[in-house]
Write a protein that binds this ligand. Sequence first.
Ligand code: NDP
Length: 497
Amino acid sequence: MTTNTAISVQSTFLRQQPVKMLIGGQWVESASGKTFATINPATTEVLAQVAEGESEDINRAVVAARKAFESGPWPKMTPSQRGRLLWKLADLLEAHAEEFAALETLDNGKPIKYAKGGDVPLTVDHFRYFAGWASKLEGETIPVSIPNMFTYTLREPLGVVGQIIPWNFPLQMASWKLAPALACGNTVVLKPAEQTPLTALRLGELICEAGFPDGAVNIVPGFGETAGAALAAHPDVDKIAFTGSTEVGRKIVEASAGNLKKVTLELGGKSPNIIFPDADLKYAVRGAMNAIFFNQGQVCTAGSRLFVHQSVYEQVVSGLAEYAQKMKIGAGIDPASDLGPLVSQEQLERVLGYVESGRHEGASVVTGGERVATQDLAGYFMRPTVFDGVQDEMRIAREEIFGPVVVALPFENVEEVAARANASIYGLAAGVWTSDVKIAHKMASTLKAGVVWVNTYNMFDAAAPFGGYKQSGYGREMGHAVLDAYTQTKTVWMGLR
Ligand code: NDP
């Protein structure tokens, strides 16, 4: 499919440019009139001009969200009505699945087969899962030891929630943030990433169509340093939920200090993926490939440190390199592509910079390690890359690369690999491949990570909590765990005498 055919899939959405922002139920231009371009990373062509939100727009959106939270139809809605709105949104998204998959692929670069088979259906599921929770937010009765008291708790929404999301899974990240916040009765100002604002804005149209009251959801595209920073610092925002780099996570915490807003952070990782010699190796090598190359390696949980027992090291590394060489690199919109472009020139340069640093520090490239630039592949493509001869201290083994680059590291025994796997500032996820149930359980309990996958990798479900240990963040998304992040507990004491 050519880009133009793909764009025609978008109905009228991209024909109305600049694409406007959603504030208080109205589609509006930015206060400054400024716009920015969002690029198709497969071609480097401009996909659309988008209204560029800045602090004045964030302020307008926060005012609208506050008004919607305090008065109007939103706070009067029953839990069942909120749940039905979320369910309706899921139905609308499902009805437009093809359009959303194409739009996501064009804006982010990811292969359409994953956008269609993963991003969109998982987003639909996410809204449905949290539609159910809207009517199940129960308090407790507390058996206090003071006579003649009836004591109970209420779970109440926080208020206005600011949500800042990244570019690697733009639609899914929007749903991870919006669905629980709305199920709990909050109102939202969402800032999508500058590289990929389109699916969140199109989702905004469906939010309006579903019948969410004006101001319950406001979507302000723009840059992190301006719109994002203004949202994080806004004195009338009660909570910020952020997904992105650890560096920006730190800035969010600093900015939140003014009014002590609540913060949850889902940050970076350098996840260990560990193959023991008794694993089903064919399966494990395939798993290792998916763990690092899925979504061009631009995944916070990417299995970027591949620990392999020394007895099977050569076999695993050569098997992985073979898979990497067979991957079809191409525009995401081509259904045959396994690996699309990286999201931007900046990200490509950052990742290639890491490849250079690895070479410089003495590691060797088994396969890949370079940009692909041909007439057909004019965008930000690079070959999937496997490094050998790596020391744990090297930058490529310590820092988040966020691209299709894996470092292979041999190990000798369980204790050693557990200690090396845990020797990281991050603790988002880990993988273990073994057929020994004792090793599986020992590793699952020893690894300092928010998620451990055994004989599988990158599994996500709306019902299963997800989040980081250490500098990979705090708070959980998904499952009932996230409801704690969007509600506050009120204790009521009633004297009965
Ligand atoms: P960022 O952390 O900069 O971006 C994530 C979001 O934060 C975007 O919406 C961004 O806005 C916004 N943002 C940026 N600066 C600020 C700020 N000062 N205040 C408030 N919001 C801000 O990630 P990058 O896109 O720069 O990617 C850099 C690296 O971050 C990657 O190489 C990867 O290592 C890591 N990363 C991790 C992700 C994860 O899922 N854990 C996701 C994305 C990146 P905008 O983009 O519009 O400027």
